[in-house]
Design a protein around this ligand. Structure first.
Ligand code: NDP
Ligand code: PYC
Length: 344
């Protein structure tokens, strides 16, 4: 049996779960927005199933539910805008920094939002899309915790390190891709474990370094980077830019700090924004029109753009609501009723 919720109803219910668990209003609202966006857009690996992990991380004292992010927008920092998440979740910190990032990008042509000291569990496309809504392009990345073996290695070292890109398309949904630099997000492995389903070949190795399709063995062993040495190099770049360079934790350091892979990790995040108009100034052609020529040619070959599936799911959710399984509804009811007592 399933239940269908209007989007705003689910937002209120998820927000109430977080508030009930002692998370302050600003963080509860921001957290609920990304979780419900995940369900609305059929991205189950970062939807309601993540709520338990968030509450476990609060209960373990590894994230501050009472944190208020602090913006450092001193003009002396030039293109770099910084938000200290103060040990809270990344979502509220991003929302606080976004208006200054947009203003600085319009002024300078490009700017960076650095989020430090945040717990991060979410998909990156909500942030990429939020930047594109201002007519800017965006590149977003963050480490996670050591769970991916570098190409040629057999032990977890890199994180699943997501990378997302967005390009604004006036009058249309933006061009957005967002993926883990591992073959898949770790959340997918956990969902396979819960469903008792084997993994596709090539996703992971066990603790001895042998290929495995057993989700439990994969979680105990290591995930593999996508595209072999190419994904491994991009994952390493993310450790350098969104870990080392911004003075925050790399994935191995985040795992050491957390002590487990069952909670959400604490590290930083890097959001880069670009003004296509400023970059193309003085050159022939309107960058947005030229982008359309390219993107429409991709579709013209019968290919689909990344996020097309997501935007279709969103349109359906907006028209019909979000449908959850009986198990998911029972989980929400239990978490709402019992708060932090519902998780171990
Ligand atoms: P997927 O492999 O599911 O999807 C990656 C991207 O590719 C999406 O933009 C998707 O668009 C697009 N895509 C998929 N199939 C096609 C196709 N046939 N043609 C064109 N585009 C396609 O993503 P992952 O499992 O790698 O990651 C899932 C999520 O996990 C991401 O949102 C990521 O941010 C998040 N994540 C977060 C981490 C964190 O530390 N916070 C760590 C790792 C991952 P569409 O959605 O429309 O299918
Ligand atoms: O799905 O790989 C993942 C992930 C790690 C941290 C948050 N999501």
């Amino acid at each position: 049996m399933t239940t269908t919720f209007p989007i705003t109803t689910l937002q209120k219910r998820v927000e109430a779960i977080f508030r009930n668990a002692g998370i302050n209003d600003v963080q509860s609202a921001a957290l609920a927005r990304v979780i419900v966006a995940g369900e609305r857009d059929a991205c189950k690996s970062h939807g309601v199933y993540r709520i338990e992990g968030i509450l476990r991380t609060v209960k373990a004292g590894k994230v501050r539910g009472d944190a208020l992010p602090v913006l450092d927008d001193a003009p002396a920092h030039g293109a770099i805008v910084r938000v200290d998440a103060a040990g809270g979740f990344s979502s509220a910190a991003f929302e606080l920094g976004l208006p200054t990032l947009v203003a600085r990008t319009r002024d300078l042509g490009l700017a960076a939002l650095v989020v430090n000291d945040c717990t991060h569990f979410s998909a990156l496309w909500p942030e990429v899309e939020a930047v594109t809504e201002h007519g800017l392009a965006a590149l977003v990345m963050c480490p996670s915790y050591a769970s991916v073996a570098p190409a040629g290695g057999i032990r977890p070292l890199l994180g699943t390190n997501p990378l997302a890109f967005g390009w604004p398309r006036p009058g249309r949904t933006p061009y957005v891709f967002d993926f883990a630099t591992s073959v898949t997000a770790r959340g997918e492995i956990e969902l396979h474990r819960r469903a008792g389903k084997p993994l596709p070949e090539g996703w992971a190795i066990d603790e001895t370094g042998a290929a495995t399709t057993d989700p439990a063995a994969a979680l105990a062993g290591a995930m593999l980077p996508f595209g072999g040495h190419k994904g491994s190099a991009i994952g390493t770049m993310i450790e350098l830019l969104a870990g080392v360079m911004i003075g925050d934790l790399t994935s191995p350091e985040a795992l050491e700090d957390l002590g487990t892979t069952t909670l959400a990790p604490r590290h930083g995040e890097l959001i880069l924004a670009f003004s296509p108009e400023r970059f193309a100034a003085g050159r022939a052609g309107n960058p947005f029109d030229r982008a359309e020529t390219l993107l429409l040619a991709i579709i013209g070959q019968g290919a689909r753009l990344p996020s097309a599936r997501r935007f279709a799911a969103r349109a359906q959710s907006e028209a019909e609501g979000i449908t959850l399984s009986a198990a998911e509804v029972a989980l929400l009811d239990r978490l709402l009723k019992r708060g932090l007592d519902a998780v171990s």
